[in-house]
Design a protein around this ligand. Structure first.
Ligand code: COA
Length: 363
């Protein structure tokens, strides 16, 4: 199909305070989420992610067919403060990019991303950049619209018993290496940790702020970029009411006695666990991971995704028994005149994990 002319498709920013726009967004969001196997979650997701974000209401961009007025595409920016070398800027997670099948490959999502960049480059706008690891076709569109590829996110898995290596390895083992199962299970099983995990609720907990401040104090003077993981963020993103109560990622404090040393978020599903966030000063990291293993000893494997691990973090992960898996490109959509442009497009700067994105089911 040929590219639509400017007259055929209308591109604009939606107004979440306008009931008619809310219905338009919900209509196409329901279509999108049903197409990715999540029917029935659109309304709860909209209220939670678009409207109740403690940072700011989402910025949503719509494409409509001028002739029929049908909404045929959308994309959103979910605002999120980001710590950049000690300064905080309001960035956004990019998400829910979708074009209805009949209108694909006509440049529509590319135009929506260009429109988002134009708005973010306006000095009067609160949100000034967007980031995330998009799906391959959306990445191409983002790069066309001016985004920069900034390193990658890498997956890891830590088996906690012989089944945790995955079905293929387990089948081989049953056939050839059955005697190895027991010693392997012993070697993989987590050691007892002195630290304990305490589940967090829906109200911001000042102890999460203490952990967050200790974390950024430890990074003071470094060139890191870290999405802010403070108490309001934790309560909203990982509290029991997240996503209208259907979210399954939960926040925990990690305590040494009564002292909070880390904040973590976990997802559990069908005998697996995923670490979706770990916020801790570097000196507590290895002990925090061990405390998570101890708290998850009922699962077969623990999954984890992190932005381009620096050699030191990579060594820590190997020592803890994590095995590397697939990787996926990460992008930052930011104009060249942004005051933190150089920092934001530096691949080794980013400290990004699953919980920093909008994906609420990673298992
Ligand atoms: C991904 C998606 C939003 C792309 O929307 P779109 O309007 O068709 O994209 P565009 O026409 O702007 O395409 C931009 C570029 O992306 C690439 N691209 C898009 N769809 C592609 C496809 N199916 N196969 C190969 N390349 C594709 C092409 O490079 C294209 O540029 P080109 O046409 O000049 O070659 C749309 O396919 C979609 O809704 N997919 C399902 C939901 C989804 O995956 N969302 C992304 C979540 S991160």
């Amino acid at each position: 199909m040929s590219k639509p002319t400017d007259e055929e498709i209308v591109y604009r920013r939606a107004n979440h305070d306008d009931p008619a726009d809310r219905e338009r967004i919900l209509g196409i969001l329901r279509e999108y989420l049903t197409s990715v196997g999540e029917p029935g979650v659109a309304d709860a997701r909209y209220q939670w992610l678009y409207r109740k974000n403690p940072a700011l209401t989402a910025y949503t961009f719509l494409a409509s067919d001028r002739a029929t007025r049908e909404v045929v595409g959308l994309t959103s920016l979910f605002p999120r403060p980001v710590w950049v070398h000690g300064q905080t800027f309001l960035g956004a997670i990019g998400g829910d990019g979708y074009v209805t099948p009949r209108y694909r490959r006509r440049g529509i999502i590319t135009r929506l991303h260009s429109e988002a960049l134009r708005v973010m480059s306006d000095r009067d706008e609160a949100v000034s950049f967007m980031y995330g690891p998009p799906e391959p076709n959306n990445l191409k569109a983002l790069l066309h619209a001016g985004a920069s590829r900034v390193g990658q996110v890498q997956r890891f898995v830590r088996p906690l018993d012989a089944d945790g290596f995955g079905a293929r390895v387990t089948a081989h083992m049953a056939q050839w290496a059955a005697p190895l199962r027991k010693p392997l299970a012993w070697a993989l099983s987590p050691r007892r940790s002195k630290l304990r995990l305490l589940e967090l609720g829906d109200q911001p907990d000042a102890r999460v702020d203490r952990v967050w401040h200790a974390t950024v104090d430890a990074f003071e003077g470094t060139k890191h970029v870290i999405p802010v993981r403070d108490a309001p963020f934790y309560a909203w993103r990982f509290g029991p009411s997240s996503e209208g109560g259907i979210g399954r990622q939960r926040g925990y404090l990690v305590l040494d006695g009564e002292t909070p040393v880390a904040a973590v978020a976990l997802e559990r599903h069908e005998g697996k666990a995923a670490i979706v966030d770990v916020t801790a000063p570097p000196r507590w990291l290895a002990r925090t991971y061990r405390a998570i293993f101890d708290a998850c000893r009922d699962v077969a494997s623990i999954h984890f995704e992190v932005h381009t691990p620096c050699p030191r973090l990579q060594m820590t992960l190997y020592r803890l028994g994590f095995l590397p898996r697939t990787s996926k490109p990460f992008q930052v959509h930011v104009g060249p005149h942004h005051p933190a442009y150089d920092a934001l497009v530096r691949p080794n700067a980013w400290r990004y994990m699953w919980g920093d994105g909008d994906v609420t089911r990673v298992l």
